[in-house]
Design a protein around this ligand. Sequence first.
Ligand SMILES: *[C@@H]1O[C@H](CO)[C@@H](O)[C@H](O)[C@H]1NC(C)=O
Ligand SMILES: *[C@@H]1O[C@H](CO)[C@@H](O)[C@H](O)[C@H]1NC(C)=O
Length: 222
Amino acid sequence: MAAQNTLPLLLLALLPLAAASTFDVANNCSYTVWAAASPGGGIQLNPGQSWSYNVPDGTTGGRVWPRTGCTFNSTGNGHCQTGDCGGVLACTGSGQSPNTLTEYSLNNPGGLDYFDISLVDGFNVPLSFKPTSNGCTSGPSCAADVNAQCPAELQVPGGCGDPCTIFGTPEYCCPSPSSCNPTKYSKYFKSQCPQSFSYPYDDNSATFACPGNTNYQIVFCP
Ligand SMILES: *[C@@H]1O[C@H](CO)[C@@H](O)[C@H](O)[C@H]1NC(C)=O
Ligand SMILES: *[C@@H]1O[C@H](CO)[C@@H](O)[C@H](O)[C@H]1NC(C)=O
């Protein structure tokens, strides 16, 4: 009797958990990339491999980025040359500069997902961030090889660093929106990837929107 009574209640309690967006991360590069996702964790993706996972409805501040030059031991501890996430494969925080960052918030008040690519933490691997459901088709791509012409002062092993991390001055780190302007470095990032954020408090033209709970695909080396 108890089981019969509790089963419907259990199902009702589980139904809201089913609301989620599926993220598919595909490595189209000719080299290995270690995907990092917060929430989500992380995984090694050899060329041609992909990874699918669910993100709960209402997630804000979500992020996915590529890591390169990683070595992890059998318990998933180690280090990456770019995008390192606290020295662990199964990432829970944010990544070290440089990394090409995708950001999203799902099903915000008003029922929309918002998503973007940001070069505010520099660049390591080209990527695209596209919706794949709900009839939504438009998303950003940063496919240029930003490393190739990276200004000498920003060049770091494996990528093109961001000027805040490298110089640490208010001009680049932007403690407040009112004193935050484009710089020669942010203009370089913008010229390479016009659909991406290029400095803190960049204008919102790089923000894309879809109906809530759309599914997404991120491709490394699109
Ligand atoms: C993996 O590395 C971590 C951190 O250095 C260490 O604590 C752990 O014992 C290592 N695990 C193995 C199986 O070597
Ligand atoms: C993968 O890369 C090739 C070029 O190397 C490109 O033609 C193709 O469109 C890419 N695939 C995706 C899904 O972006």
